[in-house]
Design a protein around this ligand. Structure first.
Ligand SMILES: [Zn+2]
Ligand SMILES: [Zn+2]
Length: 257
């Protein structure tokens, strides 16, 4: 594994460690292509800000700092800067514009909520049997894939649906088909493996294997020790094998500027 485009920083408020420490740890473990994709800043209509993203006031400095480090480490490691961003239809154009203004080079989709989180009753991690919410999640991910902006879909299996299996399969198959048809890879998320989260979800990856969706890996590092995660790598490889996944390796970056 010589790449990882899913790295956070202290700026989002729930990750730790200095940027340069992540880079040093990545280099030490043989990473050649690295991307920072911290949580996209977002100011809500009421003027308040989410507590789990890079503050809007730091969006630009975040990008500038990573770009300076990218220059500093040139020749040792290729570093890009971007954001992990939700797809909120009514906010998408504005968020994309802001991301480019801040200086981001790429985006990955991370649909942690199905609507702006100041309005959302719950995040997508929490168990639900609501078909309506499952369908809203699917719709958001499909719309995002079809935009041809996102480099890949982070933890596409984050939605914690505990209702009817047939309904779940039908909805997730739509995401897997769209991923294949639009060539937007699905990320096997190592944070989920490390922390024994509800994802990776076997039911999801079974379908991804059947549909031959392109699959890539992401460490989703929130601390320096996860800038390389060899233990989860072994488990991820087992999942690839078990479901005969179409593992593509390093994703092709969709540069947004
Ligand atoms: Zn995070
Ligand atoms: Zn995420």
């Amino acid at each position: 594994m010589i790449y990882n485009y899913h790295t956070h920083t202290h700026r989002c408020g729930h990750a730790s460690g200095a940027e340069e420490e992540y880079i040093e740890a990545a280099i030490k473990n043989g990473i050649k292509y690295m991307g920072f994709s911290d949580h996209m800043p977002l100011k809500f209509a009421d003027g308040s800000e989410s507590g789990y993203r890079v503050p809007t006031a730091e969006g630009k400095i975040y990008c500038e700092q990573i770009k300076a480090l990218s220059k500093k480490y040139k020749g040792k490691i290729d570093i890009k800067v971007g954001f992990e961003m939700e797809y909120y239809p009514e906010l998408f154009d504005e968020m994309l514009k802001k991301a480019i203004e801040y200086g981001a080079e790429y985006l990955i989709l991370g649909q942690h909520f199905i609507m702006p989180e100041n309005l959302a009753a719950k995040d997508t991690f929490r168990a639900t049997n609501s078909v309506d919410e499952l369908k809203k999640y699917t719709k958001a991910v499909l719309s995002a894939i079809e935009k041809n902006i996102f480099t890949y879909v982070a933890h596409p299996d984050v939605f914690n649906y505990v209702g009817d299996v047939g309904i779940y399969q039908k909805e997730m198959r739509k995401i897997c088909v769209a991923s294949r048809e639009n060539n937007v890879p699905l990320e096997l998320n190592f944070l989920g493996i490390r922390q024994h989260r509800v994802y990776p979800n076997d039911a999801f990856w079974q379908i991804a294997g059947e549909e031959k969706s392109p699959v890539t890996f992401g460490f989703d590092a929130h601390e320096v020790s996860s800038a390389f995660d060899g233990e989860s790598l072994l488990k991820a490889k087992q999942i690839v094998e078990k479901y005969n996944l179409n593992y593509i390796g390093i994703p092709k970056l969709r540069l947004i500027k």
